[in-house]
Design a protein around this ligand. Sequence first.
Ligand code: IPE
Ligand code: IPE
Ligand code: MG
Length: 226
Amino acid sequence: MSNQPRHIAIIMDGNGRWAQAQGKNRTYGHEKGAETVRAVTTFCAANDEIDRLSLYAFSTENWKRPKLEVEFLMKLLEKYLKNELKTYLEGNIRFEPIGDLTLFSDSLRQTIEHVRRETAGCTGLVQSLALNYGAQDEIVRAANALIARNTPLTAESLEHALDTCENVDLLIRTGGDHRLSNFLLWQAAYAELFFTDTLWPDFTTAELEKIIKKFKTVERRFGGLN
Ligand code: IPE
Ligand code: IPE
Ligand code: MG
């Protein structure tokens, strides 16, 4: 039996370099990158084998960027969520944010909550957007939540206190770098890792299909013997 790519996670990297390569501002790359998000999400929603798509949109470390770029990303995110509500509903896609949302503006938080609530009844793909997400921060928040509830710390209790307890099957990073940059460190413990030099705005569903095909041929052992 071949592997099912039930949960795909993507580190969407390379927007800035994509724009700079054509003499444009980095922000132009983020706008183009949002179009790739739509295309990849729609593709995954139409694929019955895929239940969950986790997309790294803004890390806990991305606040270190110039203020103008951070502000642009916040505005783009709000605009994207407002514009895409229709796409979510038409595609039966449930929007589920992960990350620490408390640092966002009231307006952005309200938009995130609105889209989450409006799509809560959707039963197809879950699109999980990682927003002010860092795996180390997630694990510390989870551990603190258990301590506050006086719950013994076990692998199981900690996993269930994370923003998501869904293990990743296939993790893809675009943009040429070979690192995880603090994304889903717990959930990707046995994920298959795929790296491509393609910059995120140039990433296509055809390339995703190729990666999925390769993923299906891999022998996953989870520490056992086959
Ligand atoms: C990924 O693209 C998007 C975010 C991190 C928000 P980058 O903005 O990191 O683009 P590069 O890697 O600098 O080209
Ligand atoms: C990872 O990309 C974060 C997102 C894609 C949101 P970065 O561009 O921030 O990662 P580093 O700095 O190259 O590790
Ligand atoms: Mg980058």
